[in-house]
Design a binder for this molecule. Sequence first.
Ligand SMILES: Cc1cc2nc3c(=O)[nH]c(=O)nc-3n(C[C@H](O)[C@H](O)[C@H](O)COP(=O)(O)O)c2cc1C
Length: 165
Amino acid sequence: MKRIVALFLVLGCIIGIYAQGNQSKRILFLYDEDNEKIEPYKTMIENELNMNGLQYDVSNVQNIQNKDITAYDTIIIYSIVMAFNTNSPIRNWLNTKPDLANKKVGLLVTANRWFLNNLLNGQMNLLKKQQATIIDAVSSATKDLTEPQKAALIKNFIRIVKDKI
Ligand SMILES: Cc1cc2nc3c(=O)[nH]c(=O)nc-3n(C[C@H](O)[C@H](O)[C@H](O)COP(=O)(O)O)c2cc1C
């Protein structure tokens, strides 16, 4: 009888440690807003997360108040250049100084062609100010990319994020 109780205790500990490990790897995928340009990338990112067996929550940044960011230790950000880099919901959120200390952040920025580096560098600076750990930062102009090249971009981005969380 004692042995059975001991066995259950050990099993309980193992399950508890495993559950805690998974919990500490919770991922939040954030993107600028819902629009027709972002939608295909959002779908590709979610497909890759699923194919890699990564559990995540997803939100556009305008609804971030519905998420408790303290519950996540990894944040994946997808942000696009809009209106010559005058409009960036993700940047607006970063400017509110969210507490990102000890959070791992994977950042993907795309533009059709213009202001790509302005958006990337601006967001990286804000992330560093908030003491986020940037695990990957990728930017790509999409103007000359084929659909398979866009898919490969997302695949590589998620693979690197997965390896670093
Ligand atoms: C409202 C809006 C404004 C945009 N403004 C710019 C811009 O100023 N410069 C630019 O290079 N791309 C701009 N884009 C294009 C997006 O950055 C682009 O669609 C996104 O990076 C995804 O790339 P793809 O649509 O070429 O696949 C804009 C897109 C939207 C929806």
